[in-house]
Structure formats: C-alpha cells, structure tokens
Design a protein around this ligand. Structure first.
Ligand code: BGC
Length: 701
C-alpha cells in the first residue's frame, strides 16, 4: 500500500516538487509562507515561532503547525509537512540528560521517558525528533558526551533500542508518537582533541565494533531516520560518505527510511575541501545517501541544474523522495495531518510525567564515595549547611538541549531539599565561601553542590581541562577545611576529574544534570528515602591527560600489569581511572561468590551464574554485570567487554543466584580479514560489580 502510493505520487510529481521534498526549511525568524505554498520544503524545522517571527526559542504549538500544514495540503499533491525539533531528553517535562539516563542502566525507564517526550511534543504539532544521539564518546573534553550514552557499545545499543521504542512505539502513526532520528552517523565522538566538529580517525574494526553497533541496533529497532554527522572521518566527511550512508546502512543493514543532513553539513563539504561549490556539495551528499538537506538550501538551489548537467541522476533524486514519502506515510501524516489544539493543556507536564522524571533522576545519580556511611544523612544531623553556586538552581538542572523546558516549572534545588528533609532537620544556605565559613560552625554537616552550568557541555562546548570550573576547587578546599562532614554533589554534563576533591570530602554523589525533578530526587537520596542505584556509563579520569580513556581498551605488548619498568604508563600518575566504567555504590554492600559455568567449552551458548549476597544492613539494589575477554584473536581484542547486566533487589543477608546466557553471536567481532564472526580459542569471563573487579572464570569456544 505504502509503496504503491509512493509510486503513484512520484509518477505525478514534477522535478521541482520532488526536489522540494528534499529540502528542510528553517525560517531564521521570518517565515516565508510561499516556500510551503510552492512546495519548496518537505520538512520544517523548529516551526514554532517561525510564523510569528519570534525565532527558534519559542516552543511549538499546534495552531502554528496546523496553519503551515493547511498550506502544504493545498499544494497539487497535498503532501504534508513533517515538523522536526530537537526533543532530546524530554519536551516540557525535562528528564536527566542522556548520559545520566545511561547511568541508570535501566532501558525501560528510558523508554518510558521517551514515550512521555513523544506525548508532549506531538501535542504541540511536532512529529519528528532529532534523537537519540548514539555517538560513543571516549573523550570527556567533547561537550556532546552529555547527549549520548557514554563509552560502551553494548549499553549504547540497549539504550538506543529503548529510546526509539519510547519515541516511535510499534507504530508511529499513532498521534502520540514521534519519528526518531539516530544521530550523528557516524564516528562523531572521535573528534580530535575533543573539539566538536573537528576531524577524527578510526580504524575499520573499531568503527565496526565500537561506533556502529548502536546505529545498527537503531536500524533493527525500526528507526525512521538517521542524521549524518558534521565530522570528517578518516578523510571523508560523514555527510558525503557513500560507503557508510549507502553500502553499510542500506546495503548491509537494510535501512529503508531517510537520512537528513546535520545543520549545513552539506554545504560544509566545501570547507572540508571535498567540494568546490554548493552544487558539487549537494551532488556529493545526495549521491552518498543524504536524502534531505537540513537548512542551507543547496539542494533546492542546485539539483535541477545538476540533473541537466549530469552531476546527479534522476534515480538519485527519485530514491531520496521515495524514502522521505515512505516515512511520511508511515507516520500517518497523509491521514492525520493536523494536531488537536486541545492536547497541549491535557498532555504537557502531567503529574505522572513528573513522577517518572523524579524516579528517573533518582536512578541516575551515582554514589562514588561514602566514607563511614555518611550518607544517607540520618537524624543525628539536625542542622545542615547547603553550600555552593548551584544551590538555587532551576533550569540549570536541565542540561543542554532542553529548548522547551521552563525554569518556572522547577522547584529551586534548595527549596526542593527543604521539602524533602525530615521534620526536625534545618537547612541553612550559603552560595559562596565567606557565608559558608560563617555558618558552618553552627552546623552538623555540609552538602556542597558544585559543577557545570548547562552550556558548559553539549554542542560546541568543549573544555581543555576536566577540572571543576574556575573557583570551585578553591571552594571545595575551603569547605572541606571547616572540619565538618562534607557531601560533595556534582551537577555536570560530563565526567569531571575530581580526584583532589574526592579525597577531601567524605561522600561524593554525581548527580549529572538531573532534570525538572532533580532537586527532590537529590533530597530523597541524601536523606535516605531512596538509595542510589546508578553506575558509571563512562570511565572517570583522574586527570585530563588520561583521555581518551575507556575500559574496553587494548592490552598492548607492555600492559601496566606487566613486570619491569618499560610498560604503558605515565610517570606522574597511575594509569587506573579515578572510577571505572560500571562503578557505583549504594547504602548497603554486596558480595559475589560461587561463579559457575555450565561447561568449560562453549558450543552455541553458555550459562554463567554466581551468588550475590546483600552483606550490609539495608535492603539494596545491585547491578550485576557480565564481562568477557577474548584472549587470542586474529586482531587484538579489548581487555574486557560488557555482554550483559541485570539488577537484583536484595534484603539484608539475602542471597540470589544471578545467571546469564552468553551466546556465540555475542562474541563475534570484526576479524583480520574484515569479516564479522567468532574465532575459537580461550576466553575469560567475569560476573562483576564493575569493569575492574569481579569473579573470573575461563572457557573455550
Ligand atoms: C546539531 C544536531 C541538531 C541540529 C538541529 C545541529 O547543530 O548538531 O544535533 O539536531 O543542529 O537543531
């Protein structure tokens, strides 16, 4: 049905109408209705505010989108518009940033959050989101690490599938579902020096085994669209890479949706130095497999002439149109082009959306240190100082890419803590060191909140130094010197190298940018109404000089564990990170014992199990992780790879047997001959609380 409708439309459309579909229009504050009337755009980005000329910061609304849609339906073939916007970690109900969401290791929650984002965004006319971002990041200097799922392809793939399911559901023609867009295809996180937009180099096996898997998972999950990245990867700008955009994406994976460029990334092929002018840039991108051009207009300006001169073919154009129409049809836009204007009042910021945002925020905060069980703060602490530049934070809790979040929806951090604090506990506030020093003597403990403002991470916000922002290390030093127990809370969009600060305080809770309910969630953890359960989705370096740093590294010929002085090391600091991938504490402790493998030799699959015991005094939630190492390969293999995780909730003293099934397929990798598959040999396997410890066993494949 869809395909015959596409064929029918294509047979009737003239060249101008076809090229129009390939153009995504942004109004730059001055909406030109003629563009829509003349069929010169297939999609409008950030439609809201456009008609009224107020620019992109205004949120979308159904009426504006409906008005534009009427113009589109009035064109000869009545092809509807697809309204796109960056709905990244919530629309009006802002959830924790994606990196924090990954720290939950809870794809189900991520799915529910994406589903609420879809409900809210579609209520205002948006039908397409530019999310999820699936770029693996091994370098925290890169500001966009905040927007992705961290360093691990297995976790990244799980989160990708979950978020896409949340946005799209089983059928994204439903009025409360969005078309998702997996971005930025591909390798964007390899930008050298952590400088966003800069070039990257990556070997083919690493590209295939580390950077591509989350995108492949997205395609398997039925993602409607992908976005091509800005960067130059291995000398070929991603928005002009036919091998990756066509041979791999369509040929190998069978993707039949469409690819949109990133903002201006088609005309940036000129700056990259692979195209002489806009016409050449457009021809390269279209031929590579970029179906829709975001914003810059080079397709609409040049493709007709390029067809005449033979730079592009009719088939290149038709195929791109086909893919775009396919997604519009699947999105149900031909049948249901309009948005019910009453939906916004019903669907934005529903109470249960806030409840989920609070739960999610709680499940993303990672307890990194807790000396003498200072946390949770118990009833011995009657008067607590809350100190630091972020104690009154509201929209600062959102993080980057939250254009539709509103500060007014957020209870300021300090007020939220007050509301959660148990009766009889008094909180006093100080936003700078002098005041903190003044009030500290009369308090029993200090909660010190430091970290990054939202626009210190995210797009184009890279840092050369992963230390706390200027002045904050001094604040921690002063406060730690006051002689009171100190809980350090870090609000941030990336791992910060807090080596010195972590040594100065008793407890460290990494709260990331926790979203609209972040303050209350923090209070619930600090005062022990809930226990932390999150784990690090990225390695925490002890110094900036350690990056890139990641747990699934190669062994080298002279690993740090080897004897003798000549080994891969620094002379000034240890190689080990400050905190490893997968690490996180809670308010109780767990012990692992009795690792058992169903066989010493794996044929097809293997069962691996271990006993996990709650050895502490409180009920608790443990994330049990499965890692493997392939000891000998035709190419060198990582020292560990995550292959599974499972949560157990245990009462004090309770033991549970946790088991995993490992399949041969999970051991496949890109081999020396370029093919993907398994290789027989010896493997190590761990059931572990993080990537650097655990019970180890061995098997043969
Ligand atoms: C970003 C994309 C984003 C797009 C549209 C670009 O600058 O790289 O991630 O979706 O803008 O706002």
């Amino acid at each position: 049905m869809t395909e015959s409708k596409i064929a029918d439309l294509l047979s009737k459309m003239n060249l101008e109408e076809k090229i129009g579909q390939l153009n995504q229009y942004f109004s730059f504050g001055n909406f030109d209705a003629e563009i829509i009337r003349k069929g010169k755009a297939g999609s409008v980005i950030n439609a809201a505010g456009a008609l009224t000329g107020t620019g992109e910061s205004k949120s979308s609304d159904a009426e504006t989108c409906n008005n534009i849609q009427k113009l589109a339906l009035d064109t000869p073939h009545g092809i509807p518009q697809l309204f796109g916007r960056d709905v990244i970690h919530g629309y009006r109900t802002i959830f924790p940033i994606p990196l924090a969401q990954s720290a939950s290791f809870n794809p189900e929650l991520a799915e529910q959050a994406a589903s609420i984002a879809a409900l809210e965004a579609t209520a205002t006319g948006i039908k397409w989101t530019f999310a999820p971002m699936l770029d693996i990041a091994r370098d925290a200097r890169w500001g966009r690490i905040a927007e992705g799922n961290g360093e691990d392809p297995f976790l990244g793939a799980q989160m990708a599938a979950a978020v896409i399911k949340g946005f799209q559901g089983d059928d994204y023609s439903a009025p409360d579902k969005l078309v998702a867009c997996a971005k930025h295809y591909v390798g964007y996180g390899t930008a050298e020096g952590g400088r966003d937009y800069d070039a990257g180099e990556v070997s083919e096996p690493t590209l295939r085994d580390i950077y591509l898997p989350p995108f492949e998972a997205a395609v398997k999950s039925g993602v409607g669209t992908l976005m091509s990245a800005f960067l130059d990867l291995n000398g070929i700008p991603a928005s002009g890479n036919r091998r990756l955009l066509t041979d791999v994406l369509r040929g190998e994976w069978g993707f039949d949706g469409f690819v949109v460029s990133d903002w201006d990334s088609v005309v940036e092929l000129i700056q990259h130095g692979v195209a002489e002018d806009r016409a050449e840039a457009a021809a390269i991108a279209l031929h590579a497999g970029v179906d829709m051009e975001m914003v810059s207009g080079s397709y609409i300006e040049t493709l007709a002439a390029s067809l005449q001169s033979g730079k592009v073919t009719q088939e290149d154009i038709d195929e791109a149109v086909r893919r775009i129409l396919r997604i519009k049809l699947r999105a149900g836009l031909f049948d249901k082009p309009f948005t019910d204007p009453d939906r916004a009042t019903r669907d934005l910021l529903r109470p249960n959306s806030r409840t989920l945002a609070r739960q999610f925020a709680r499940e993303t905060m990672v307890l990194l240190k807790n000396e003498d069980d200072l946390l949770p703060l118990d009833s011995n602490f009657k008067r607590i100082a809350v100190v630091g530049p972020l104690i009154h934070a509201r929209s600062e809790l959102f993080g980057s890419w939250s254009p539709d979040g509103r500060a007014a929806d957020v209870t300021p951090l300090g007020d939220a803590l007050k509301q959660i604090a148990p009766a009889g506990v008094e909180l006093v506030f100080a936003d700078h060191a002098d005041k903190a020093t003044h009030i500290a003597q009369s308090t029993d403990a200090i909660v010190l909140v430091v970290g990054e403002y939202p626009y210190r991470s995210g797009e184009n916000s890279n840092v050369s130094d992963l230390s706390l922002p200027p002045g904050q290390a001094e604040l921690v030093e002063t406060v730690a010197g006051l002689g009171k127990p100190v809980v350090l809370v870090v609000i941030a969009g990336r791992p910060l190298a807090i080596t010195k600060q972590a040594a100065q305080v008793q407890s460290v809770l990494y709260a990331w940018q926790p979203g609209i309910e972040g303050g209350a969630a923090l209070g619930e953890i600090l005062f022990g109404l809930e226990a932390p359960s999150a784990r690090l989705p990225v390695t925490f370096p002890r110094a900036t000089g350690q990056v890139p740093i990641y747990y699934n590294q190669k062994n080298s010929g002279r690993p740090i564990r080897a004897d003798g002085p000549f080994k891969s090391r620094y002379v000034d600091i240890p190689n080990a990170p400050l905190y490893p991938f997968g690490y996180g504490l809670t308010y109780t402790t767990f012990e692992y014992a009795n690792l058992k493998l169903s066989s010493e030799t794996m044929r097809g699959k293997l069962e691996i199990s271990a006993d996990v015991t709650n050895s502490g005094k409180r009920a608790g939630n443990e994330l049990v992780q499965l890692y493997v190492r392939d000891l000998v390969g035709s190419l060198t293999r990582p020292v560990r790879e995550l292959k599974g995780f499972e949560r157990v909730v245990l009462k004090p003293g309770e033991t549970r047997r946790v088991s995993f099934t490992l399949t041969e397929e999970a051991l496949a990798f890109t081999r020396a001959d370029g093919t993907k598959g398994i290789e027989p040999g010896k493997f190590n396997i761990w059931i572990a609380p993080n990537s650097q410890s655990g019970l180890q066993g061995d098997f043969k494949l």
